[in-house]
Ligand binder design. Sequence first.
Ligand SMILES: *Cc1c(COP(=O)(O)O)cnc(C)c1O
Length: 387
Amino acid sequence: MTNNLLQIRQADPQANYLAHKVEIDSAIERVLNSGWYILGQEVDAFEKEFASYLNVKDAIGVANGTDALVIALRALNIGVGDAVITVSHTAVATVAAIELVGATPILVDIDTETYTIDINRLEDTILQILNSTSQNVCLKAIIPVHIYGHPAGIQAIVDLAKQYQLYVIEDCAQSHGAEYKGRKTGSWGDLAAFSFYPTKNLSALGDGGAVVTNDLSLAQKVRSIREYGWQERYISSIAGMNTRLDELQAAILRVKLQYLDQENLQRKQLSHTYNQQFFCTSLILPQQYNEVHHVYHQYVIRSEQRDNLKASLKEHGIGTLIHYPVPIHLQPAYQNRVVISQSGLNNTEKISSEILSLPIHPHLTDEQVLQVSKIITIWHKDNSGKN
Ligand SMILES: *Cc1c(COP(=O)(O)O)cnc(C)c1O
């Protein structure tokens, strides 16, 4: 360790709190003084504001992103005997949610440019399942993951789903504000799930999540499942659970929602700086597409010397993370609980050993990004030929 240690964090939820401290503290005080702490004015208002931001008909606040996925699946009556297609290159929560409702996760490979589900392999997988003579599960839905803030090819996915009569639940836990062809992620599928975990682009100071939809009858069902299956207090019309968003988190989210676009823009600008600095290297950089508004939840590069690069950055006091080091199908808990699509998961397995998430958050400065980039470009020179 050197004494000019930079100490640059990969993500920084505290900086985000401090940036909005006055407004957040006053929102918290408002809730504390209101005497109403669960499902009240703040959650109502946040749900309306978030739905309007996304341009969807309804949003329902829940306890976390995993529950948001679980409730979305339950609202579609997906459970034991059903199968749901998703990817192995995701947070474990995506696959855990499918498992939690008793359905079988079927994992399809990603494409190596967007790191999202490969559309051709998706269609092949759907056809294989539907044409299988030994079919022992009923294919019901697709959960595309807009990973790193980069939208999946959602239009093609929704078209395929329509063609084969499948539901689409978007996993938007990393894509708050991202757009595909000018339309926000979360507004394309039958339902979408958001997480407000403290490091996400829109974040609570604790756990939080939301389900959003344009289908008002599904919204009503989600709202009911969120709280014991009630439509009328104390009377469970359907089987439900308790996964409420609380008033304090909703009040905090209302403050932060106002800054989401501005903070996403800052992430995007930092990503441009990284791109420019790495232009002459052989590192594989995030790809940019015209039809996509990428919100850089993560800025992910690839190198065959990833572990060496990560260690070198650590020595300089620069935090990095790997999202994710082990694909879900190779994790101990899930190895025997998922089905792998016939086309395999080669891309997923290959990139998991090469990806590295560099520091990116709205309170990082351009100067800090230049400092990180400089260390990486020097490292690259010393290691080129090997990369
Ligand atoms: C964070 C995340 C989730 C889960 O959200 P929690 O609020 O932690 O339950 C689900 N999917 C993806 C892709 C995520 O990044």
